[in-house]
Design a protein around this ligand. Structure first.
Ligand code: ZN
Length: 430
């Protein structure tokens, strides 16, 4: 080693000597880096520390209108109010309105198309001059008018919408509606959920304490804020021990089970809106007519007079009439096999011989005929024999086929897995 050093040119020897000395100094004489950190400089876990942010660096590279100095006034367009009337109401001149509409045909269009309820925001500067005018078009969009050197200019102010999945689940303790509201669902989502499973479950009479449901749904997010809860992507519902699963088909927006069979079936389980039916949780309730525990040949739904009654399936009205026992009644023949009957109606909306679609309003609930109180008496007949409409096995629903089926099943699997994962996360949090 030393002999190699001796062979090196003088300059190299000097340099190597110098660097070695530096390294030795560095190792022995520089302070330990840990000692350099002052006590107060060590960050603690769980404590918040203020950070200075360069606001200018965050803003986009375009000139920002001086909104900070503007005074904003908000007005809602009243019924029958034009821009001219609105301007007059809030004390702005017709000359200003003319300036606005003459600046740009798009501005003119926006201001002549005002509808009642539209939100307009007026931004004034310190001289009380109108500098900006904003017409809200939707949660994500606004039409923005800004004063410039030459009149007014306009642009569409569009916020970026992101979509994400969210999850909700619940166990029913009092009723389905309350459980769903507590789980954070919107009324639209609740009705959609009841709609998806409405061919399998009678939401009016067959929901029980302990039933559970879970769903994966789409959420619209604007600037980090949830602005809309939308489509149900996948859902499960366990009713009295039986679990149903449904997944949306992106091709048509309809729901299918994990094997590709349509959730939509030939018959709705209940021919009216479950929210109107009063006796959700009392399977042994007395019959409203006979006062006995067991209902007779049909199913009775107690709900307010006037509640719309729906055709349970597509078919032909074979009888729409009145007698003193049935009151106003409607019979629908769905095929050679199936017939449904609706009794004691207050009103009938269909005539004998008329074709009806599933879910179509055929009458209004009433108390006509031999009854002690208003209710719908509903019968379901298979080959002329009375069956319980809530438990009778229905004809197989349509199934997806070919490539569409394969794609759907693959997608459905992923979505049900996502649902599972969310469910585990929720379970871990509890
Ligand atoms: Zn009855």
């Amino acid at each position: 080693m030393l002999s190699i050093f001796a062979c090196l040119p003088r300059l190299h020897q000097t340099l190597i000597g110098c660097f070695s000395a530096l390294i030795v100094i560095a190792i022995f004489f520089l302070p330990n880096p840990k000692e350099l950190q002052g006590k107060e400089k060590q960050l603690e876990i769980g404590r918040h520390y203020p950070l200075s942010i360069n606001a200018e660096a965050l803003s986009p590279g375009v000139a920002i209108p001086p909104t900070a100095t503007l005074r904003w006034e908000q007005y809602q367009v009243k019924s029958g109010e034009s821009a001219a009337v609105l301007f007059q109401r809030i004390g702005l001149s017709s000359r200003l309105l003319y300036e606005l509409t003459a600046s740009d045909p798009e501005i003119k269009q926006q201001l002549t198309r005002l509808r009642p309820g539209d939100e307009l925001s007026f931004g004034f500067d310190e001289n009380d001059q109108l500098v900006q005018l904003r017409r809200s078009l939707s949660t994500y969009e606004a039409f923005m008018i800004t004063k410039s050197e030459h009149g007014f200019t306009a642009k569409l102010d569009k916020k970026e919408v992101h979509y994400q999945y969210n999850y909700a689940e619940a166990q029913i303790t009092s009723n389905f509606w309350n459980a769903a509201i507590n789980a954070g669902l919107t009324p639209n989502q609740i009705m959609a959920l009841a709609g998806i499973f409405g061919w399998d479950i009678d939401f009016a009479l067959d929901i029980r304490k302990g039933d559970t449901f879970s769903l994966l749904y789409q959420e619209a997010v604007v600037e980090g804020e949830i602005v809309g809860k939308g489509n149900i992507i996948a859902a499960t519902f366990t009713n009295q021990g039986t679990t149903f699963k449904a997944i949306i088909n992106d091709d048509n927006g309809d729901y299918y089970d994990e094997t590709g069979r349509a959730m939509k079936k030939a018959f709705l389980r209940s021919p009216l809106d479950f929210r109107r039916v009063s006796s959700n949780f009392n399977p042994r309730r007395l019959h409203p007519v006979t006062g006995r525990v067991r209902p007779h040949r049909g199913t009775d739904y107690v709900a307010p007079v006037g509640t719309p009654i729906w055709a349970a399936g597509d078919g032909v009205v074979v009888k729409s009439s009145y007698n003193r026992f049935n009151g106003n009644y409607v019979f629908i023949k769905h095929s050679n096999t199936y017939m449904t009957k609706y009794l004691h109606l207050k009103r009938r909306y269909v005539k004998t011989g008329q074709r009806v679609k599933q879910g179509q309003k055929i009458g209004a609930l009433g108390g006509t005929g031999r009854v002690t109180g208003p209710h719908l008496h509903y019968e379901f007949l298979v080959h002329g024999v009375h069956k319980n409409p809530r438990t009778v096995s229905l004809p197989q629903s349509e199934s997806l086929r070919g490539q569409a089926k394969q794609t759907f099943i693959a997608n459905a699997k992923i979505r049900l897995q996502q649902l599972e994962r969310f469910s585990h996360l929720m379970y871990a949090k509890r």
